[in-house]
Design a protein around this ligand. Sequence first.
Ligand code: PEP
Ligand code: MN
Length: 338
Amino acid sequence: MILLVAADSSVAVVEEIERAVRRAGGDPSRLTAGGELAIAARGADPARLGRPEGVRAILRAASPYPRAARDPEARTTHTTVVRIGDVPFGGREVVLVAGPCAVESPEQVDACARAVAAAGGRVLRGGAWKPRSSPYAFQGHGETALVWLADAARRHGLAVVSEVLDPATVPTVAAHVDALQIGSRNMQNAPLLRAAGRSGKPVLLKRGMSATLDEWLLAAEYVLDAGNPHVVLCERGVRSFDPAARNLLDLAAVPLLRARTHLPIVVDPSHGVGVRSAVAPMALAAIAAGADGVLVECHPDPGRARSDAYQALDLDELASLGVAAATVARAVGRTLER
Ligand code: PEP
Ligand code: MN
């Protein structure tokens, strides 16, 4: 903290400011720049210090992620509203984002889109390029899948989000979707973050599977610093020691992020837990914890899904989740329109 001293302050006033810094646990040292006096108050507790007489302004150390950070002086937990298509994230509405892990065929994605809209969902998700752990697993149908995805979304009145894996395909994906998803494996891929930032499309930024909240917000800062203010954060679980679940869904991240950032926060319990029966309960818990949206995977026939079959809800389960999610949203003062 730097205390800028008013120009007409007497020696006695300056000495009293230094005593106030010491009483607040700090170690004062004088600085002069351009003939002006300032006092560095290293280690002082801002709450105990207050603003001593003779101090005209207090400069605080900038946040490492100044664009993502909540204004430290703000007394509210206001969230910036980010629109994906015409769907607002960060307002009173809790948004249901759903769809298949991978877009497999026009029929499959259309059946999902119909069910998503009927369940109260507003955004259709679906992978066209899949970041599979194995190079021998289904990698996605690429741009063809984006056409099927966007057509299905349009038919059912949904916005659309899909993952982009590398900077070279950002323009292609951006041409078909309302938002670019950056996946867990790419959260710290700086060239991709910058390219997505330059695209101007909203970015759904998933948490890296071993990323701290600060690392995640620094990744968001790359997109924001590229001139793109439309970032939605998506918690999707972190690696843990216990193989009972695919990941450990970190719901505490929702209130902890809320205190640190003004960006909207979505939770993905599908990748977060990876077990179908646990997806709906954790989606409801995420809404109760204050998430601005939930993202879940669904499939008309989960057992035959070409990726992430164990975590896909069938379309009846998605419908039930929509009903329960609306109830929980109402219980915490939010809405989820159906
Ligand atoms: C996905 O959403 O399909 C996906 C691959 O997610 P994540 O990056 O969270 O693993
Ligand atoms: Mn998936």
